[in-house]
Ligand binder design. Structure first.
Ligand code: PAF
Length: 436
């Protein structure tokens, strides 16, 4: 059996961390088929992730030569983790006495239920990158996770998702229309953290644009989108043409009810039916365990939650917080079309919402007084042509009766007209905790 160079990441944040890491290294050195093991110094790093509050990690990296196949080396690592007291299967992001991750196995790419090599996120982790440098590795030259598999036909995409389901993997779906920005990247990162496999879809869906809307002009940046997906560790990208998504005989549309009738639904008739149709198709193809949607399109999120419940898709809908520019503007693929003056003026949306949120936090509870606050801020910016400003119930965005409220989400939409083309921007903000 030929010798292969492998790198392992070591971590511990429970018990005598240094002693556990040292012992794991000693045990590894004694494994038949492992030789020339060199380890970096250990470094402390704060825990990052969604798990329960927990202490900092002590981390390091070991380089070794081995005649063991990759899965056998993984088996050794799992045995050492169990010996250190780690319960397997370990819940994600919980404290652990010992964590051993196979980062690289030669230059092999491995994608099985148990093992993904190169480790998809090694390059995002300073507590891995620094020890690798210390061991003399040329970090820029080390392999990153392969480019995502790219699918153009629905059947191939569905088949790949089926193989993941057959392996009982947690599958995350991030549906997008491309022109990906930091907001999408945050959805992809979250999916990467929470799922075994992540599929992103890139499809500018004609069904959700009314005649005369910006379907033809919607930004399309496929090459950059694929790079961003690769960087985020996405496993598969489904980027079909319109013909591959909807065959020429396609005629089954999903109707949406009351959740889709007001606000965006009133301004853009048919918009949510188009979204519900494409999302139904994507959920049926991928059958994801979890599907990620941004809160910026809060009404879309409410419509999709309703759809998933009504149809009974076995998918958890995961809302992801809005990502904003430093001046408060919510990230949107359409922001690129704002002229310079409109770009400056566009912050009025967030300022209006934030003023209502501040008033709520200071004790104002009257629905109309809160709306009045936000209207007063919007009125200071004549460039913003407001389509609607609403204060709705959290989660399902049902109307709130006049009078005292104990929480809610304020939503605004406005048009700006001085850029390359007119742009409609949406924003929303939760005022307080009730019902959230
Ligand atoms: O939010 C979007 O980008 C789209 O509306 C979606 C959910 C991908 C459906 O086309």
């Amino acid at each position: 059996m030929r010798d292969t160079t492998a790198y392992l990441a070591l971590g511990s944040n429970e018990g005598d961390r240094a002693a556990q890491l040292q012992r794991a290294l000693e045990r590894l050195r004694a494994v038949p088929g492992v030789h020339d093991l060199r380890a970096s110094a250990f470094r402390e790093s704060a825990f990052v992730g969604d798990g329960p509050p927990q202490g900092p990690y002590l981390n390091g990296v070991a380089r070794l030569r081995t005649t063991l196949p990759a899965h056998a080396l993984l088996g050794v690592c799992q045995a050492l983790e169990a010996e250190a007291g780690r319960k397997l299967p370990a819940p994600r992001h919980h404290p652990r006495p010992l964590d051993l991750d196979l980062l690289f196995y030669g230059d092999e790419e491995i994608d099985t239920r148990e093992l993904t090599v190169p480790h998809p996120r090694w390059h995002q982790r300073p507590f891995v990158v620094e020890p690798l440098r210390e061991l003399g590795a040329d970090v820029e030259a080390l392999p990153r996770w392969r480019r995502p598999l790219s699918f153009e036909t629905a059947a191939e995409f569905a088949a790949r998702c089926s193989t993941w389901h057959a392996g009982a993997l947690v599958v995350g779906l991030v549906p997008t229309m491309g022109a990906l920005h930091a907001g999408h990247a945050s959805l992809l990162r979250r999916a990467r953290e929470e799922c075994d496999r992540v599929a992103a879809t890139i499809f500018v869906n004609p069904l959700q644009f009314a005649p005369g809307e910006d379907f033809a002009a919607y930004p399309r940046t496929l090459a950059a989108d694929l790079r961003l997906c690769a960087e985020a560790g996405v496993d598969a990208v489904f980027a079909p043409t319109v013909g591959a998504m909807y065959d020429p005989e396609f005629c089954s549309h999903v109707a949406t009810g009351s959740a889709a009738e007001t606000m965006e639904g009133a301004v853009r008739p048919g918009h949510f039916a188009g979204i519900a149709t494409v999302v139904t198709r994507l959920l049926a193809l991928a059958r994801p365990t979890r599907a990620y949607f941004g809160e910026k399109d809060a009404q879309q999120l409410a419509v999709i939650r309703r759809l998933v419940q009504d149809v009974g898709f076995p998918t958890a809908v995961v809302p992801c917080a809005i990502v904003r520019e430093p001046d408060g503007l919510a990230l949107s693929s359409r922001n690129v079309y704002l002229g310079a003056d409109d770009r400056r003026a566009s912050t009025v949306l967030f300022r209006a919402l934030a003023s209502a949120q501040l008033a709520f936090r200071r004790g104002e509870r009257d629905r109309d007084a809160l709306l009045q606050r936000a209207h007063a801020v919007l009125a200071t910016e004549p460039r913003a042509e407001v389509d609607y400003l609403e204060l709705r119930r959290e989660h399902d965005l049902r109307p709130l009766p006049a009078g005292a409220i104990d929480g809610g989400r304020m939503l605004v939409a406005a048009r700006f007209r001085d850029g390359v083309r007119p742009v409609r921007l949406l924003d929303n903000l939760s005022l307080g905790a009730a019902g959230t």
